[in-house]
Design a protein around this ligand. Structure first.
Ligand code: AMP
Length: 280
């Protein structure tokens, strides 16, 4: 496994090794969710590349950029064990050199949900991922369904800007009690950690209601809000039952729905989602 910092080194290794490439972009502090992306990429490509970059442009002024957890040595050993060929760990100046002034703005699908709560977040995500696509020129790029809106935004960007690659979406990895794996779970105290599965419980309650015939979007949002309200440590940011493609809140959810939420528990802001689709 080669670990490099410069764009020039990534390009050189890509040329030297040839073949098909799968790319797994990450912000580090890796867990089994990230590893599942690498394993999928390993199975579908000749070579696997990963990036570890805590991207400053996707953090708002009052967010956790400085506090974001980091452990490069552990990350590299997990990536090596999962069969990664190339890891890019650029310093901030390599990605955003002095004088940098070009950003990618995806319009409509960045407005609701995470975009409403974090107004500059997706501009930062789209910009850094566009750069990653240009630096690595992968055949496939792997993202987690955990960040459901990110997937919608990046698919839109790849389509609109004609990036010649396939975006592969991998299922959410969870702890045994349902909590979605996240680097930010490390912010939780033991008491808060015990409360955190309430997000998945709320999603499952709405899924049950939907399967039992509750196809009204507001009814589904109410089911989720009611479950969250019973957990005193949970402070919901938003609760959504939206069209999975446009992310617009649904009235009629009969044909399928993306259930999603952001909930603050202590210092952590946790997100989770469940995609319900009518059998064809
Ligand atoms: P991050 O390091 O948080 O930017 O995540 C890097 C990639 O891993 C993103 O595509 C995430 O959606 C994905 N990811 C994060 N958590 C999970 C999880 N629990 N299951 C599957 N993929 C995940």
């Amino acid at each position: 496994m080669q670990v490099v910092q410069s764009v020039a080194d990534v390009r050189r290794i890509h040329l030297e090794l040839g073949g098909s490439w799968g790319l797994v972009p990450t912000m580090g502090y890796l867990h089994a969710g990230h590893v599942s992306l690498v394993e999928r990429a390993r199975a579908e490509n000749d070579h696997v590349a990963a990036s570890i970059f805590v991207n400053p442009t996707q953090f708002g002024p009052n967010e956790d950029l400085a506090a974001y957890p980091r452990d490069l040595a552990r990350d590299l050993s997990l990536l090596e064990a999962a069969g990664t060929d190339l890891v890019w760990t650029p310093p901030v100046e390599e990605v955003y050199p002095a004088g940098f002034q070009t950003y990618v703005t995806v319009e409509e699908v960045t407005k609701p949900l995470e975009g409403a709560a974090r107004p500059t977040h997706f501009r930062g995500v789209a910009t850094v991922v566009a750069k990653l696509f240009n630096v690595f020129q992968p055949d496939r790029a792997y993202f987690g369904q955990k960040d459901a809106q990110q997937v919608v935004v990046l698919r839109q960007m790849a389509r609109d800007l004609d990036f010649p690659l396939e975006i592969v979406v991998c299922p959410i990895r969870r702890e045994a009690d349902g909590l979605a794996l996240s680097s930010r779970n490390t912010y939780l105290t033991p008491e808060q950690r015990a409360a955190a599965p309430v997000l998945f419980r709320a999603l499952c309650a709405a899924q049950e209601a939907w399967l039992a015939g509750e196809h009204d979007g507001e009814g589904l949002r109410r089911v989720m809000r009611d479950v969250l309200a019973r957990e005193p440590l949970a402070r919901p940011d938003y609760v959504s039952a939206a069209n999975p493609q446009t992310l617009v809140e649904l009235g009629d959810a009969r044909r399928g729905v993306l259930l999603s939420m952001a909930v603050r528990i202590g210092k952590a802001r946790l997100i989770d989602n469940l995609l319900l689709a009518q059998e064809a």
